[in-house]
Design a protein around this ligand. Structure first.
Ligand code: ADP
Length: 206
């Protein structure tokens, strides 16, 4: 893909349970944004297919899906959304949630993404996040949210392999937001960061 055809995007970044999915779901309803969650893409794969079985196996143990499989599935999903015109790369700012999730993925996505901002949702207390995730398990029926060991494994992986992703980006594009506030306040902070990006890089259709 030529460099200037890269998808123009903002990353939603942060540990499990900080509310990336909640915020992404709200942003998805705003014209001019296209929200894509890698976790949602994985959860929508046919579990009977070969890739679906593999993905389910990794996710339910709290492990990351291997990079090659992740990229293949992600690219297939993006291509499909573009073909369906759900995502219009010339008009929509991509809000990408869940990728890159390790330093190797940072390298791979460079060919696909032009990243303007990294929105880092921070939440101080680990127990608070574990609690949030347990509530989500009941609401969304997620297998990876129901088991305490799996939840703790995901936090461990976040600390070990995902948090270092932040060091790979110019600190000037990282925007920290405290997620211990109401969803509306977090949303306002995210919009304060993303609206200027949209105004600068996209012609607005009024
Ligand atoms: P959370 O942010 O709560 O961990 P997600 O929906 O973002 O939830 O991800 C769910 C699971 O999907 C992860 O625990 C991991 O197994 C897998 N996953 C999501 N994104 C990636 C990625 N970029 N690379 C590898 N695995 C991923």
């Amino acid at each position: 893909m030529p460099q200037d055809d890269r998808y123009r995007c903002v990353l939603l970044f942060g540990p499990p349970g900080v509310g990336k999915g909640t915020q992404g779901g709200i942003l998805a309803n705003i014209p001019g944004f296209f929200h894509l969650s890698v976790g949602d893409v994985f959860r929508s794969i046919d579990i009977g297919s070969e890739s679906g079985k593999q993905v389910y196996d990794y996710i339910s143990r709290g492990e990351l899906v291997p990079n090659e499989l992740t990229m293949k599935i992600w690219k297939t999903a993006v291509d499909a959304y573009v073909a369906l015109s759900w995502y219009k790369p010339r008009e929509d700012l991509l809000i990408l949630d869940g990728m890159p999730r390790n330093v190797e993925q940072v390298e791979v996505v460079k060919q696909y993404l032009e990243i303007y901002r990294v929105i880092y949702l921070e939440c101080g207390d680990l127990e608070d996040m574990v609690h949030r995730i347990r509530r989500r398990a009941i609401r969304e029926n997620r297998t990876d949210d129901a088991n305490e060991d799996v939840i703790r494994r995901r936090f461990q992986l976040y600390e070990e392999v995902t948090a270092p992703v932040l060091e790979q980006y110019d600190q000037k594009i990282i925007h920290r937001i405290n997620c211990n506030r109401s969803p509306a306040e977090v949303l306002r902070a995210i919009l304060d960061c993303t609206i200027p990006v949209q105004n600068e890089h996209f012609h607005q259709n009024q």
